[in-house]
Design a binder for this molecule. Structure first.
Ligand SMILES: [Zn+2]
Length: 464
């Protein structure tokens, strides 16, 4: 893309040919703005990149603009702050609220990892230090400047931006950036899905010269929605056996969808009314934020359309203290328990699982993606026993999985959204995907629209 003068550049500082670490450094007329500030997660080789020196001095960045509050989009921010960044962080109000939960939580995990490394002596660094601390996270949060959807604001002189609903998480947005005298760039963030409960559909795309679009599920079609049939079967089956249904769930986003479906099945009298417990302080806080912003959710979540509050079931209870959590673990009566973490790698859900797994009356239901190497994946793959808190726990409970609750658009949905552009951008860069899905989406876009997207490398720079 050649403009009259060389005025701007974009560097892919993360999520290039991988799904984490989203960071795009925009430089225009001497101003630097970073779009998203995500943590690299997963493989060690990727996680080590969190320790690399940032490509430019963080102090020289005028502002950060965030698409949404998932860690792979915001989790590097406290590190940027403890390396010198001290400018405004623009995001939607929902993203600011959820960041207040996820950033300090991430810092506590970083600090705990450093403590464990020191205790067991497995760090290269002596002493091991955390990537950032809770103090850094709180300082980062003090820089947040919430901005409304659909309203242009100046991120830095000559760089205007606006947020539009992405339908992927509370507050999630895609960002249209207009460079004075230069191109318009649409940062797609993570795109949600069409026709799902809780979150709105993604807004239609707006004219842009360059588009960055995620490709997480660029090679996949999600299962057709079953209107709650699989969940109803699992709840009925567990209730018939008189056991507990334990649902490991990500604290933010997924819990809301599970509660929506349980409530709907109750209203439609397709399941018995059971006590439903949310045992995760972070999930309880997130529920509060979701309930406080129903006007930003799917129209069907608005109070006028529902006779009960957005995320409540007939016999609903949140669990606060660890003492209450222990009592719930010991209680053998039939119930639905939703608790974190989603892949059973830690958190309170482990206690519920340790109690329920040996009991053939109970069911463990996984509702999210289970990454290789996690306890959740081991169970879904049919393990006969699993190690929890240093003990082998025998698996006699039913272990089930529902795949339909993904928060990312699949291939057809990505293509559908691309079809909402008034005219397709002349340049498309695929980001946030592994090479298989990315290549598949590249071929689909080329075939459908006659534009061949690029697939930038880590730290590649485009100039305009
Ligand atoms: Zn996301």
């Amino acid at each position: 893309m050649i403009y009259r003068h060389f005025v701007a550049s974009l560097t892919f500082a993360g999520a290039a040919r991988t799904v984490t670490g989203s960071k795009y450094l925009l430089e225009h007329q001497g101003q630097r703005v970073l779009i998203d500030c995500g943590l690299f997660q997963g493989l060690k080789e990727l996680r080590l990149r969190n320790w690399d020196e940032f490509p430019v001095p963080p102090k020289s960045i005028a502002a950060v603009v965030l698409t949404h509050a998932h860690l792979d989009h915001v989790g590097y921010l406290p590190r940027l702050v403890n390396s010198g960044f001290n400018g405004p962080v623009y995001c939607t109000a929902g993203t600011a609220e959820l960041s207040r939960l996820v950033l300090p939580d991430s810092a506590r995990i970083q600090e705990e990892d450093a403590r464990n490394a020191n205790r067991h002596g497995y760090s290269k660094h002596h002493p091991a230090v955390p990537l950032y601390t809770e103090v850094d996270a709180q300082r980062a949060l003090s820089f947040f400047k919430p901005v409304s959807f659909n309203r242009s604001f100046e991120a830095a002189p000559g760089i205007a931006a606006e947020f539009h609903h992405a339908g992927h998480l509370l507050g999630s947005a895609f960002v249209l950036v207009r460079l004075a005298g230069g191109p318009t760039i649409l940062f797609g963030g993570d795109l949600g899905r069409y026709g799902r409960p809780v979150l709105p559909d993604p807004s239609d795309a707006l004219a842009a010269d360059l588009l960055l679009i995620e490709s997480t599920y660029g090679d996949r079609e999600h299962l057709i929605d079953d209107e709650g049939a699989a969940l109803a079967e699992i709840i009925n089956d567990t209730a018939r056996r008189g056991g507990k249904l334990v649902i490991p769930s990500f604290a933010i986003g997924r819990v809301e969808e599970v509660l929506y479906w349980v409530r709907r099945l109750e209203i439609e009298k397709r399941i018995p009314i059971l006590p439903v417990y949310v045992d995760s302080p972070m999930a309880t806080e997130a529920l509060r934020f979701y309930s406080g912003r129903v006007s930003e959710l799917d129209p069907e979540m608005r109070p006028a359309q529902r006779e009960v509050s957005a995320f409540s079931t007939e016999r609903f209870q949140t669990i606060a203290s660890t003492q209450q959590s222990k009592e719930l673990t010991a209680n053998r009566r039939p119930a639905i328990v939703i608790s974190s973490s989603g892949m059973a790698t830690g958190g309170r859900v482990l206690h519920h699982m340790a109690a329920a797994l040996p009991d053939p009356k109970c069911t463990i239901l996984f509702v999210g993606y289970q990454a290789a190497g996690t306890r959740g994946r081991t169970l879904v793959d049919g393990a006969a026993e699993v190690r929890i808190h240093g003990h082998e726990v025998i698996v006699r409970a039913r272990v089930a999985k529902i795949d339909s609750m993904s928060a990312h658009a699949d291939r057809s949905e990505l293509l559908r959204w691309l079809g909402t552009f008034p005219a397709l951008p002349r340049q498309i860069a695929l980001v946030h995907g592994e090479s298989g899905p990315m290549d598949a989406l590249k071929a689909s876009i080329a075939q459908k629209f006659g534009v061949t997207p690029m697939t930038p490398q880590h730290l590649e720079t485009l100039t305009f």
